[in-house]
Every structure is written in C-alpha cells, then in structure tokens.
Design a protein around this ligand. Sequence first.
Ligand code: IFM
Length: 719
Amino acid sequence: MNKVKINKYLRELIPFHGNHFLTGNGYFGVRGTLEEYTKEHMPCINMAGIYDRVGDKWRESVNAPNPLYTYIVSGGKKYSLPDVECESHMQELDIYRGIHMRKTTWRTEQGIVTVTCERFASMANQHAIGMKYSVCTNYDGEVEIVTGIDGDVWDINGPHFTKLLISENDKILSVTGITGEMGISVTAQEKVCTDFDAEISTEKNNKSVFRRIRIKTQKDKIYTIKKTAVISSSVDDNPVIEDIKSADYDKMKNDSINAWEKIWEISKVEIDGDDEAEFALNYSIYHLNCIAPRNLKSKSIAARGLSGQVYKGAVFWDTEMFMIDYYMHTEPEVAKTLLKYRIDTINGARAKADEYGLQGAYYAWESQEGGIEGCSEYNTVDVFTKRPMRTYFRDKQYHVSAAIVYAFMKYINATGDYGILAEGGAETIIECARMYRSLLLKKADGNLYEVHDVVGPDEYHERVNNNAYTNRMIKFCFEKAVEYTEYIKNKYSSYYDKLNEKYDLDKLIPLFKTSAEEILIKQPDENGIIEQFDGYFGLEDASVPEVRARLIDPKEYWGGAYGVAADTQVIKQADVVAMLSMFKDDYSKDIMQKNLEYYEPRTEHGSSLSACMYSLLSCYTGDADAAYPLFMKSASADMAPGGKEWIGLIYIGGTHPASEGGAWIAAVKGFAGLDIIEGKPICRPCLPSHWQGMRFNIIVQGKLYCVNISKDKVDIKIQ
Ligand code: IFM
C-alpha cells in the first residue's frame, strides 16, 4: 500500500481531509483541500515560523496567498465542490512521492466534465509548488478554467494581511500579503503553461488575481495546464532558487520525487505480517517528513505541524518529547535545528522566567518566534457562559523546560554531538536548572525540596503539588546540568570560562548537585503505585465512562477549576506512565506493570500524546500485545476522522505530529527495543505476536545501520 484514498465526496469531512491529505516540505504545509475551495472550507498554505497578531486576538501562524486556487465554469456556471454536487469524486495521496491527486466529474447542461489534478509541495526546492490540472468533456463545447492566486485566505484569528499587493507581469501573477503586526511580507507567484490554444484573460480584485482560460473542447480530449508556483517571505532563511520564469513543471516534479525517494531510503519501516500497521506507521512518518524544518535555521515544529493555525502554530514540548527521536535517528541535522531553535530563543524563555519572578529560562508553553509565549491565560472558552476560562497551562506547566533538557540528552546520545553543548546547549541547560532551583521549597520541618502549584502532563488537574513527573524531570535537569558542565569544563574550557564568569559555576554546580539529591521523588506505595501528585489518591475514583456521562455538553472542558474530571482520578494523558517510560532503568517491570494497570483505566487519552506512552511502557514490561492497540491508536491519529476537535469552544483539529512521532518511538524503541549503549545501537525486541519481523534504518553517531528483526534473530549491520 502506498496511498490514502477516498472514492466518495463527503462534505462533513472537509476539515478532516484537509489534514488527512496534507502535503508539505517543512517551509510550508498545503492542506489537502480541493483547488476550488475558498476560505470557508479551510484551504491553506501554512507558513513555518511566521506569526502575526490582529488586535487583542491570539497571535497565530500566517497562511500564504493561495496560488493553487482553480475552478471550472461551464455554460456560465461555476462547478465546484461542495456547492455543486458531483457525479463522482476520488482523492488520494501518494505518501512515498508526496503527490496529492483528485478526480471529479460533474454533470453539466452540456454533458459530463471531468477534472483531474495532481499537485505537490516540492521536497527538492522548499519554495516551490507544482500543479497539473486537466479538464475533459464528453461533448464538443466550451469550458473555462479559472486559475490564479487567492489572497483572501482562511484565518482563525485574522485577517493577517493588512495590505495586499497584486500584480501581473510578463504572464507571472503575484500576490504579496503584508502582515499588520510586524510588516512581514509573504508572496505567492505563479505561472501557467498550456498545451492547447485558448483565449486567456486576467482579472483582479482587491485580494486576488486570476486568469480565465477559455477552451473550445473536443469530446474526450484532455486539456492540461501546468502551474509552477513559488512562495517566499521577507524573513526567509534561504533565498528562492527557482526562477519562476524558467520553472518547468515536469522537472520540478521529478526533482521532488527524487528528494522524497532519498528520504524514504532511510526512513521507511517495514513490518512483516501486518500491512495495516506498516502503512499506518509510514503514513505517520510521511507527516513527520512533511514538516521537518530541513535546511532551515533554528526553526521548530508546531503542535499541529503545518496543517493550519490551530494551537497558534506554536511549538510545544511535543517536539522534544515525541518528535525529535525520529529525526535524530533519520536526519540528525533536523534534530539539531530543533534544538538550535531552543538555544536561539532562550531570551524569550528568560523573559518568561522574569515575568514569573523566577531565575533562568522558563520556556513558553506555546512558543512562537523568538520564544514568545503564545499561550493565553484564558486558553479555552466555557461552553455554557461563552466566557474565556482561566487555565494554568501558561503559568504552571514548568515541565516544558525539562523536556528540552531531556531532548539534549537524547540527541547527544544518539548523535555523539557533544559540540552542541558549546554552541549554546550547555547554557540552555544551566538556565533551565536555574529556573527550577528558584521553584524549590522546603517546609519548616522538611528535609526534601518540594515543588508546589504546578500542572503536570495531565492538564485536567491544575495547580497540584509534587507532581511525580515534574519533580523527576527537575531532578534530571539538575543532574544533566552538573554532568554537561563537567564535560565542557574538560572539553571546551574557554566556553566554560565564559559561562563560569557569567553564572559563577563553581558555586552554582554544587547547588545543582544538592538540589538533585534532595528533591522529593515519589516512590511506589505498598501496592506499587506512584501517586501522580499529593492528594491524588484521595480524589473520587470514578471511571472514565462515569465522568464522561456527567458532561452536559460534549464540547465541555474536562479540566480547569470545575471540569468533570478535576475532582476525580480520571486523567487526560500519560503522566506517571510517561515518567516510567522515560526513566525505565529506575523501575522494575513489576512496578511498571502495576502502574499501567492502575492508570490505564483512569486515563481518558484526551490528548493524542497519551497512547504512545502507554504503548511504550507496555513494551518495556514485555507485553507487546497490550502495547499494540495503543501503538495503532497513535499511528492512526490522522488516518480516520473522529479525533478530538474541540476544547471548550476552541477548535483544535489538525494533524498530530506528536502522536506520529510517538508511534515511531513505540515501534522502534518499544517493539524493536532499540537502545543506544556506548554509542552503538542494540535491540531487545518485543514484537506483537502476529508480527513476523521488522526492518528499518537508523543513524547512530554518524553511522547508518540497517536493523533486521525476525521472531528469533536480531541483525544490525552498518551500511
Ligand atoms: O502539548 C500538548 C499537551 O500535552 C496536551 N494538549 C495538547 C498539547 C499540544 O499537542
């Protein structure tokens, strides 16, 4: 299997299909919408790392003017979905070549018109998009193709372009939008080649420009236009290399296919005995490949990838905890770029720490360019009162900084690139540790440091004390600050001297050491269960279905001050289970098993980040069959409609890269049992009983390995 495909048009699935059929190249994402869609149907070319704010609405990422905008007219009537019902419709995405394709037929007064279109976001040239659009009638008659650039783009909190510059020059159409907040320009240009004679005229309005291509059709003859388009902005890392004037569709397509082939040579995972799982996993990998900030400087990945403006196009802990593992083993330069983003945005994190009266670096919960905090204090809307609802994600999810430190550790183990410490990594880690030190509390008669008033990964319980996950991550952060500072002292002494001068490391490091030793780490109780936070066991032990049944409105928020889950033991997502899978060597299988059994039935899995952690931990207990459905849930997050699309009244639909990255982790670290020991990969597989084997490539410390696992053998070869 190499395609996702539908054979029927369903209007109600327009938002889902926009995600399901997404194409992209890391610089932008093109939603899998149809060419004729205007903004009500959420088409978009979502730009990586460009943001804008309108009035006092949320800042969000910016969508480019849409150069794919195209529809047909027959007998003076516009034929477009969803407004005019079609006779047949097919849409598909070839995940191995990155090509989106649709074929639709309409019955017009003159007869049947068939439209076929293939398009791609070039993987070879990150500014380019190609589109081949064909029309065929089963009668001799007339059809118009209307094609151009739609500057009236879909926005959640827009419009972001306060000025639009529209031009036509030497048959090249161009729309430049200029953002209101910072005056950033985003330009779409396009050119069309036809293989037939036609009468062509150009039309403009104040937002868009398009051509009308009038064709006298002969029965069953196919009329094709080939469009090459270029997207650029005034804040690009790389110049546009494709000259739009000389751009050739077929060459552009071949180059892109070749670039995809190279990516798949390393990233494909093969599974013997389970085609469905193999495809779901590679579909997840496809999405990770579409959003990787390849050849970009210090960019990261938003929680909804490049599928739109949901979650403000912002970067969450998702990248460091769930996605970076895939990149560090398939394209380590991409993983480095993700970490560079955190290094380069440290001033934003310093400003946030300062805002909350803390030292060091407190990274944004929803990070935008420069580390600007995109998260609002009122992050959802009450469905009953329609009033903004106070949530404490922004203020209290302290664990985000430690996730970044954890990612540095994973990256260094996987790549051996300790050099990143001297490129700002060590300072980032020290700054995170300084932030955590300023959170530590000791009771008058207490021996241990406690951390109060936090939100852990389980967002349904806000402002809790001693969240097991958060405290353990803080300890880890102190330990790494000590270890890596020691390392740079020996290896990069002049960099160390600079940092020592700035932070007085000779005094600070011993403080980190005692902080690591003296922080309260929750231990398993007499039943082997680790309490998620102080007082959690005292909450009502209601089941997930019971709590769900208490909802008055299906869009109601479960957490916050008075959400249905807030006073119960029902949790949103992996919390203690996440901690156990991240620190697997600290716990016995028995403890892992007991906690899985305790927390799984109490977990709503209301976040797509949850299932993969349960899957991974189940593998660590040796129970691959229990892990399997959770792995499939994670790998299939964008395969079928029905995912969670609302928090309160806020739309949260889009692709789920953390779930996709989590599926890769569950497959490679869980089922294949990959670990890096002394710089080399080893595998202790734990395959689901119906799998016969797995094959994949991984890069470890600069070497490419081919891993071949069968029921009774593991073969790891350097390539
Ligand atoms: O980062 C996650 C969070 O853990 C749960 N809510 C959604 C966020 C973005 O994916």
